[in-house]
Design a protein around this ligand. Structure first.
Ligand code: NDP
Length: 485
């Protein structure tokens, strides 16, 4: 039954807001209060079909605009994000449970930056020529693919949604996008902003619903020629098994189990502060979080003491309060999963050094899904807690004796997304970085991002790279034209 007073998060198809064909709606909850505050469309194949049709109709005119014309529209979208930044930040916090501080200083500014970056990137891109000999010249063109699917997760909702659709649209494609049904609100607000900014109807279509229904219909649709997906490794595997036999282009940004490697020459207090930030930012719900902290044995005791103190500074509380450093986890199910890993750690021989349980916050958030920032030691690198992605505020500390041992530990999981190395020795920093099986390595920093750099993982953390020219290459097809002069 539909309650008309509740906010309805509708699909955005062909420039119109539409109810789902199923006439069914899913509850959307604020995880900090455990209260439903909206309903989101439960879309099915019929809605996806309409979205793909709308995108196909829009493609001929959008793809033949000049780069400058597309750039102008996308810059207008970026300006709308800036204008509505406060509303979007609040919506992101209510939807996901993250602190307002995080959404207003990181998520929403980055969503604006994503749009502006790719809007201007296309004004400066080049294609190659290859002169074979005096008679033969090859030149390469790059054309948009057509209709592409973009599927994004709940942890950085608008940030990752725009990270995908901005390069897709800038390159001249039309998009059918699905945000996570757990956090659909900012994608809904964003579709309104796109309409206001003058993005032509059908260029971006946002279809809401469950991954297994609406997401899968996007993946399976024969006219969706490329899929850009960010989410869990298991989902990525399912998507690859559907898309690969159809020879669709695939970009998969998947899970991680990232190591922060601390050598004895790193300054203890400063490094402990930064490594704690790497572990617990956004409740540990960032694929890049360093959840395995490897520490050289000679500084293990003082470093862990400093780390426990830093961990306890992540004050858990109402996400809207300025003093809160850690908000709610995204859902009850996710909170239970995170808590089950803390219990597992105890059975695997771990000792909880900080946190370790659910937190009851007073006031309007008394039923919210909060977990204390948790630090555990005493586990081997091969146990499940150190091998599986928890994706919450849980980090482990493990001592090592030699550089080789640290590298072997860091590389011991099936994942290979990101790592950080903390040392004052320049040569060691580079040497270790080169030997890590990881798509991204930070030295003496974490989460410092330049949107031009390749972003993605190796092993089970994904296939392909996003960012800068890598993203524009993914969303275009190259053609070589050979001329006899
Ligand atoms: P999921 O894999 O569960 O979901 C991601 C998206 O895919 C959601 O929109 C989901 O919809 C949809 N989906 C689920 N099943 C299917 C399907 N069969 N076909 C098509 N779409 C589907 O991931 P989470 O949302 O739980 O996100 C957390 C994961 O994302 C973590 O593993 C994290 O590491 C990873 N991640 C990776 C990043 C990277 O850049 N490498 C960045 C951020 C997160 P629904 O919500 O309805 O299930």
């Amino acid at each position: 039954m539909v309650f008309l007073s509740v906010l309805h998060i509708r699909n955005y198809i062909g420039g119109h807001f539409r109810d789902p064909h199923s006439a069914e709606w899913l509850d959307v909850e604020n995880p900090a209060t455990a209260q439903r505050y909206a309903l989101v469309a439960r879309s099915t194949r019929a809605d996806v079909d309409e979205a793909v049709q709308a995108a196909q109709q829009a493609f001929p005119s959008w793809s033949t605009l000049s780069a400058k014309e597309r750039s102008d529209v996308l810059l207008a979208v970026a300006a709308k994000i800036r204008e509505h930044a406060d509303e979007l930040a609040r919506a992101e916090s209510d939807d996901n449970g993250k602190t307002l501080r995080q959404s207003s200083t990181v998520d929403i500014p980055r969503a604006e930056a994503n749009m502006a970056f790719f809007a201007t990137e296309i004004l400066h891109s080049e294609t190659a020529t290859h002169q074979t000999d005096v008679h033969t010249l090859n030149y390469t063109t790059r054309s948009p693919i057509g209709v592409v699917g973009c599927i994004s997760p709940w942890n950085l909702p608008l940030y990752l949604f725009t990270w995908k659709i901005a390069p897709a649209l800038a390159a001249g494609n039309c998009v059918v996008a699905k945000p996570s049904e757990l956090t659909p609100f900012t994608a809904f607000l964003f579709s309104k902003l796109c309409a206001d900014a003058g993005l032509p109807p059908g260029v971006l279509n946002v279809v809401h619903g469950l991954g297994s229904e609406c997401g899968q219909a996007i993946i399976e649709h024969p006219d969706v020629k490329a899929i850009s997906f960010t989410g869990g490794t298991a989902t990525g595997r399912t998507i690859a098994s559907i898309a690969a036999p159809q020879f669709k282009k695939l970009s998969l940004e998947l899970g991680g189990k990232n190591a922060s490697i601390v050598f004895a020459d790193a300054p203890i207090a400063e490094t402990a502060r930064k490594v704690a930030r790497a572990a617990f930012t956004n409740q540990g719900e960032i694929c890049l979080c360093g959840s395995r902290i490897l520490v050289e044995r000679s500084i293990y005791t003082p470093f862990v003491e400093a780390l426990v103190a830093e961990t306890n500074k992540f004050t858990v509380g109402d996400p809207l309060e300025e003093s809160t450093r850690m908000g709610a986890l995204v859902s009850k199910a996710h909170m239970e999963k995170v808590l089950s890993y803390i219990e597992l750690a105890k059975t695997e021989g771990g000792t909880v050094l900080a946190g370790g349980s659910r937190v009851r916050v007073e006031g309007r958030c008394s039923d919210g899904y909060f977990v204390a920032p948790t630090l555990i030691d005493g586990l081997t690198e091969h146990c499940r807690v150190n091998q599986e992605e928890i994706f919450g505020p849980v980090a482990t500390v493990i001592p090592f004796d030699t550089e080789d041992q640290a590298i072997a530990m860091a590389n011991s999981t099936p994942y290979g997304l990101a790592a950080s190395v903390w040392t004052d020795q320049l040569q060691r920093a580079h040497r270790v970085a080169h030997r890590l099986e990881s798509g991204i390595v930070w030295i003496n920093c974490w989460l410092v991002r330049d949107l031009r750099t390749p972003f993605g993982g190796v092993k089970q953390s994904g296939v392909g790279r996003e960012g800068g020219t890598e993203a524009l290459r993914f969303f275009t097809e190259a053609k070589n034209i050979c001329v006899w002069l």
